[in-house]
Ligand binder design. Sequence first.
Ligand code: MOS
Length: 743
Amino acid sequence: MTQYIGKPINRVDGLDKVTGKARYAAEFNVPELAYGVVISSAITKGKIVRIDASDALSLEGVLQVFTHENRPKLAWFDLSYKDQDAPPGSPFRPLHDEKIKYSGQPVALVVAETYEVARYAASLIQIEYEEEEHETSLEANKDRARKPKSGLASALKPPPPKPRGDFEEVFNAAPVRTISRYVHSVEHHNPMEMFATTVVYEKKGKLTIYDKTQGAPNSQLYVSQVFNIPFRDVRVISPYVGGAFGSALRPQYQLFLAVLAARELKRSVRVSLTRQQMFTFGHRPATNQTIALGANADGEMTAMYHEAISETSRFEDYTEVVVNWSGMLYPPENVILDYKLVPLDVYTPLDMRAPGGVTGVSALECAVDELAYKLGIDPLEFRLKNYTERDMNEDLPYSSKELRECFRQGAERFGWAKRNPEPRSMRNGSNLIGWGMATGIWDAMQMPARAEAVLMVNGKLRVSSATADIGTGTYTVMTQIAADTLGMPVEDVLFKLGDTELPLAPIQGGSWTVATVGSAVKAVCEDLGKTLFKLAKKLPGSPFSKVDYQDVVFLDKSIQLKADSALRVSLQDVVDSNGGRAVRETSTSLPNMLQQRKYARSVHSAVFAEVQIDEELGTVKVTRLVSAIAGGRIINPKTARSQIIGGMVWGISKALEEESVMDHQVGRFMNHSLAEYHVAVNADIHELDVVFVEEDDTIVNPLGAKGLGEIGIVGVPAAISNAVFHATGKRIRELPITLDKLL
Ligand code: MOS
């Protein structure tokens, strides 16, 4: 009985967030808290030959300076250790030895009674380095590109499929061809909340850890393995996350350092990173892509080559799915997809919203636009002509794919039919106007998860799972699913997350949380419903004594006979009959692999962009952006729209602004502040329009919902790039499209 699913209800955590009641990792205060400040390496490669901490240690209030020289032996650094998002290789080990592997590597932790003293003490520490030559430029090292190592992570990030058909022959014979190269800059995560960990040192050395993470169980796994502490002695709590976007999928070094210090000093310790230090771990990698497309004179795409070369660190093979999407979105029979890595002296790159997807699809969808122009076919018409109902990589049908409807509704909303196809043909006074469009695709995944549901003695429902809410609306959506399944008002449902004491759930990533945890919440509420029904049957004078479970519904805080709603038992009466105890169930929800593997499962989008470009200044304004999404069932249109709008804003930001600029002489990202690393702000954002098209999917998961966290960004940079071409006649193949490239 659906009451809340599909309704745009407000965030249940909204009030706590706007009133400051919601607390984040660095806001949990405990008595005797000590503060750690991290010192970052001043060189990019080499080793530390001397650390002099004597001045710092003589300051009043300084408790200790931890370095590789005095780090305790207890830290266990098994190179086979993996966190839930670890790529193949050896995870970085902070303070392990004197070696420096990348610029900004943490080399010491100063711990003091106050943050101010720790920070001042950090400035007194003298470190001598011996430098070695480093290599940080992807461009200069492309000839070293090699295949990525495979590992466990390849299950979620599959390598490109084998070539099919005969690309070379068909491409060479094709009457219309394009070959182009696309270059993307490094980007860094800039969530509002800085990375921070507060470790509370409890009796007998037990730890309660408030960590910024996209999965409390992942941080627990890390601490437990690295420090060899039993799981039960490490509790990780993370009720709120101030944005993460992939950056908190892996435990970061402040967690290690805070735990190390707390255990050594036997007191509670907090370590917070600075905004500058947010540029010292993980980033969207620089990527260099080559795309060659061939079509016959009728505009059918017959040959496709898509190669991506990305950077990684020297110690891990960070991989993402960059090129596979091309083989899923278009039908040519002659295809080569290739993906290679170049290890550099940088930290391992890290998943960032739609990792690989936005990168690969941005390039592909520009290349497709180029081909459409060469053929003289409208870009939308070209896509419809080359539409595929099957994922050609796996040769599987889609569980659902309403992309055609996205094209139709998006185009209508945007007014695409009024477009003059000629570049430089549309103007507004002295400004050039451009209209461009692109397709988006992302996975619709489901993972295993557990959840608990408790009907409490006061008649309220408490549902929980150790998932996270990185701002996506998880609290709200899970509350809606639980409320609907058991016929409760949302006000009587409390959803808990972000605590390792709760039933296990995977990291919140890959846009899989609604499908994954939502399915677990639905399953556990159904299981609880069955238990409650059994208890209801046993009540004296029960109207259900001869009734089966399938003949009742849960509605208005009661169990009712479907055929006659007057025959009902209130849930309060049921729990009252349970001897003063709450009624609880825990369930595991597993994806139906047997069914799912017969289908490709994806979420799709069609994006339409209007840009206005000042020809003399080269400035680009995205005046209108329409995104039509086929995302299965929309559980909450309000939080769903927020996700898509967030992605569109970031798409604008990626297309026009975001770029971590490295000085390869020193091997360091130079614009490591929000003053110089530009992200889109209010003034950059104009009309944003989101359309959800209907999509019925009974395969993806029991809810029929597809994740919306990442699809919002995927098609946006290409739609903007294509609009810039339409406005100016200039094809800019390097992101971001800054004004210097347009002048
Ligand atoms: Mo996302 S990059 O899986 O948080």
